[in-house]
Write a protein that binds this ligand. Structure first.
Ligand code: XMP
Length: 519
């Protein structure tokens, strides 16, 4: 956002898998930070960004390799605090006159313990006992610290686990304070931002005001259209835009007939009737279900839905006069440029659907008011904007909806059964107080009928699979360990309350090797 007024911290990324976690820890401390790949951090960039402090991330390369990444030297000449982590620590030492070695005895992976060797403000309140657990993941280590530095903590394989040049406010740690396995790691970030003088001005209340001003400035008197899905991101984006520009916003809710029980009514009801947003309820279920008839291949189904979604959205958007902007609920993790070492494209597992490509085709500009936020910040902003917490805390729901929870051919009959079974399952989860412990839960109707016996009669009905996973970002997931009592009770309720299902299974596949959805 152009008119940023809050204090800023810059994270220079050297390609660590966990760089985003550094940003998460800092945002939790109400400190605004951005991640930028080391290649992009030029002197001009640094002057423009004007960070109050810099963190150098970890990374997979070796400082001892010729041509390996370095921090811009000017970072050390700006008179601001710098914290180097793992690779960041090593390049900092090397660039400031110390030495890094690779080879036998320099590596350390996994849990380690750091013992203090001196008193340092960065470590205030950190050592609960005489040593502290940390997570190490390094092949090389510092063999000689740079002039001006002193040692404040050591571990068995990292003699310089914590070092600092207090006069210059430079700090360097060999371990990763941002990961879960450094249980007290947040304390170091808290101390670092305190030492750097941050006042903690990054709050959702402050962001709301600033974002509204920025939207007004960007949009002026033009009209904005927004594809409202009922998911958290598009809902919060719509609520924020509405607060900024009122009737200049029109939302299009594309109902593809693949939504959950009462979902369309709930979403449209909330936004149109309670929040007074202009919402077009595009009921195009006949179109979608018609084109999906007879299709059983997962990718074909996804492609049909993606294509129709864009056609339908465009049809309704074309009717909105003076539309100049398309709103998107893009989040910060989607815009962080990653440091690429391999350069090789990854394999497509599933083609996700979105409205990508549409803005250029329709001559629309983008307005993305959530571009700076992580998912939990979006939720906090939603609450700040008055959206009900039950709505904000809803599990993610995929764009293709129930189509990918109905493996094989989709029929209206199967969708009806699936909706009912899913509603009973979610009701069970809520009643047992488990909803917020689970990242995503849903029911899938399987393309198989099984024989059962109910009363004195034979049944020949569908089987369904229950899915519930814990996850942080959907990239990896574990199945949720329900009790047998819960599973038994849920199976009984589904079979009793949902005609058409006579067998219930629980999916205990993790991701990988499975995916969360069935298609
Ligand atoms: P998978 O099944 O790939 O799902 O493990 C990971 C997460 O992504 C969601 N998902 C989608 N979300 N459009 C979306 O907006 C899609 O096409 C799509 N496919 C999967 C899925 O629900 C899970 O949260």
């Amino acid at each position: 956002m152009e008119n940023i007024t809050h204090e800023r911290l810059l994270i220079i990324d050297f390609g660590s898998q966990v760089t985003q976690l550094i940003a998460r820890r800092l945002r939790e401390l109400n400190v605004y930070c951005e991640i930028h790949p080391y290649q992009n951090v030029t002197d001009t960039f640094l002057r423009g960004f004007a960070p109050k402090a810099v963190i150098l991330s970890g990374g997979p390369d070796s400082v001892t390799r010729e041509g390996s990444p370095r921090a811009p030297q000017s970072v050390f000449d700006m008179g601001i605090p710098v914290l180097g982590i793992c690779y960041g620590q090593q390049t900092m030492m090397e660039q400031l006159g110390g030495k890094v070695v690779s080879g036998e005895g320099t590596a350390e992976f996994g849990r380690a313990y750091v013992t203090p060797t001196g008193k340092l403000s960065l470590l205030d309140g950190w050592f609960a006992e005489d040593k502290e657990q940390v997570w190490m993941s390094h092949g090389d280590h510092v063999s000689e610290i740079a002039p001006g530095f002193a040692v404040y903590g050591t571990s068995p394989n990292a003699p310089y686990a914590v070092t600092a040049d207090v006069a210059r406010n430079f700090y360097a740690v060999q371990f990763h304070p941002e990961v879960h396995h450094t249980p007290n790691g947040s304390k170091l970030y808290e101390n670092f931002v305190r030492l750097a003088g941050f006042c903690g001005d990054w709050t959702m209340g402050a962001y709301r005001e600033q974002a509204i001003a920025a939207i007004k400035e960007q949009v002026g008197s033009a009209h904005v259209i927004c594809a409202l899905s009922g998911g958290v991101d598009s809902s919060v984006a719509a609520a924020l835009l509405h607060e900024a520009i009122g009737d200049q916003l029109t939302c299009v809710f594309v109902d593809h007939g693949l939504l959950r029980l009462n979902e369309a009514e709930e979403v449209v009801g909330m936004f149109r009737d309670h929040m007074n947003l202009k919402v077009i309820h595009a009921d195009e279920s006949d179109l979608f279900l018609g084109e999906l008839e007879g299709q059983s291949d997962p990718e074909t189904k996804r492609k049909i839905i993606g294509r129709l979604f864009i056609d339908v959205f465009q049809k309704y958007a074309d009717e909105i006069e003076d539309a100049a902007f398309l709103a998107q609920g893009t989040l910060y993790p989607d815009v962080i440029e990653s440091v690429s070492f391999s350069g090789s494209p990854s394999v497509t597992i599933k083609s996700h659907h979105n409205v990508g490509g549409l803005p250029e085709k329709m001559g629309l500009k983008l307005v993305e008011p959530l571009r700076e936020l992580f998912k939990d910040e979006v939720r906090a902003l939603g609450v700040e904007l008055g959206l009900p917490t039950s709505f904000i805390g809803r599990h993610p729901f995929p764009g293709p909806g129930l189509a990918i929870r109905c493996p094989g051919e989709i029929t209206r009959e199967k969708l009806e059964i699936l909706r009912k079974a899913d509603a009973v399952y979610i009701d069970q989860i809520r009643k047992h107080g488990l909803y917020d412990d689970i990242w995503q839960a849903f029911c899938a109707i399987l393309p198989v009928r099984t024989v059962g016996v109910m009363g004195d009669g034979r049944t020949y009905d569908f089987a369904c699979a229950l899915r519930a996973v814990t996850s942080v970002d959907g990239m990896t997931a574990d199945y949720y360990p329900f009790s047998h009592e819960f599973l038994g009770e849920t199976a009984t309720r589904i079979i009793n309350e949902v005609p058409g299902i006579n067998r219930v299974t629980y999916d205990i596949t993790s991701k990988p090797p499975g995916t969360i959805e069935w298609e």
